[in-house]
Design a protein around this ligand. Structure first.
Ligand code: SF4
Ligand code: MG
Length: 322
């Protein structure tokens, strides 16, 4: 498989004004993360809220500019693009948000909302053709033609998410960044949306970066998974490998907290002590050391670097040195 997107040493710090004095402070939202998305795969990015997953997605789309690093998309570094060049690339990269309602204009009929990006990117010969394409897209995500004329408030959360997906598909993108696309939905609706995402992925030859805090949601759809903690990518592996052979203590804790149907097969729950530290002042050394059951002296001062466990499984933790 060819790499579609290579994120290298991505860093995103947000400046904040400190209350005391003039010293500039930074929220270290994303700290030197690297990963590759291959064409046609689903890469799950998982971690608790505030770990930097959404910021990573938004930075790739340049909804916010990176502090440093590279984002090589189809051979060119997005992070060096002008706004105009970026505008053209956005046709190839779309985002589906957690709350589609906030990205839909309440006064605009949903058909028009789907059509809008087509017009911006000169897709279709004319208005009539775009309307026909929109009707077809509505059909692909499970609606009939008369839904074209309805307004966002006439739809449920799950239906709005399908409209958000149709709008992302309208420009025929290569990559869709799905940022917690099912987190706001009832569990019964979640699987419908996941199944739909899988269906359209094959039909439209898409690649997904699938962001979620819920490891069980990511598990279902992802080929590979990256685990983030406090702005750092701490482990990465193929989905089955990650679940059967987790290495990082944080990954182990996340997996142990997934409820299982059969209590006999329940794993022992690993309870992490304390809260996630503030990204304003992340711990020195290994960012996880304040909560790690296996913390050693070196963990408190020097950050571990990512090492390969196998060719497709890497982890940043001193327990796996040598
Ligand atoms: Fe725990 Fe140390 Fe590994 Fe960090 S490097 S996860 S503190 S054992
Ligand atoms: Mg988020």
């Amino acid at each position: 498989m060819e790499p579609l997107l290579q994120v290298r040493e991505l860093k995103k710090y947000f400046p904040v004004r400190s209350i005391l004095g003039r010293k500039k402070q930074f929220v270290k939202a994303v700290h030197n993360i690297s990963f590759t998305l291959y064409e046609g795969e689903v890469y799950g990015l998982v971690g608790e809220s505030g770990c930097g997953k959404s910021t990573t997605g938004r930075t790739i789309l340049r909804l916010t500019d990176p502090t440093s690093g590279e984002g090589v998309f189809q051979g060119r570094d997005l992070f060096k693009f002008s706004n105009r060049e970026m505008q053209a690339v956005r046709k190839d990269m779309q985002m589906v948000f957690q709350d589609p309602y906030s990205s839909l204009n309440p006064r605009k009929r949903v058909g028009k909302a789907i059509e809008e990006p087509m017009a911006i990117h000169n897709i279709g010969q004319n208005q009539r053709e775009r309307t026909e394409m929109t009707m077809e897209l509505l059909n692909k995500v499970g609606f009939s033609m008369d839904h074209y004329y309805r307004f966002p408030h006439e739809f449920s959360g799950g239906q709005r998410q399908r409209i958000g997906l149709a709008r992302a598909l309208a420009v025929n993108p290569k990559l869709i960044i799905c940022d917690e696309p099912v987190s706001a939905l009832d569990v019964s609706i979640q699987s419908q949306i996941i199944n739909l995402l899988e269906d359209v992925k094959d039909q439209f030859h898409l690649t997904y970066l699938f962001i979620a805090h819920d490891l069980s949601v990511v598990r279902h759809i992802s080929d590979r998974i990256g685990v983030m903690y406090l702005g750092n990518l701490v482990e990465e592996a193929q989905t089955d490998e990650l679940f059967s052979n987790p290495k990082h203590p944080y990954t182990k804790a996340l997996i142990s907290s997934i409820p299982v149907a059969n209590p006999k097969r329940a794993r022992e729950r690993i309870q992490l002590k304390g809260e996630i530290p503030s990204p304003l002042n992340p711990p020195k050394g290994c960012v996880f050391h304040t909560r790690c059951p296996y913390v050693m002296e070196i963990c408190k001062t020097v950050a571990p670097v990512k090492k390969n466990v196998t060719s497709q499984h890497s982890v940043a933790c001193y327990l796996y040195d040598s």
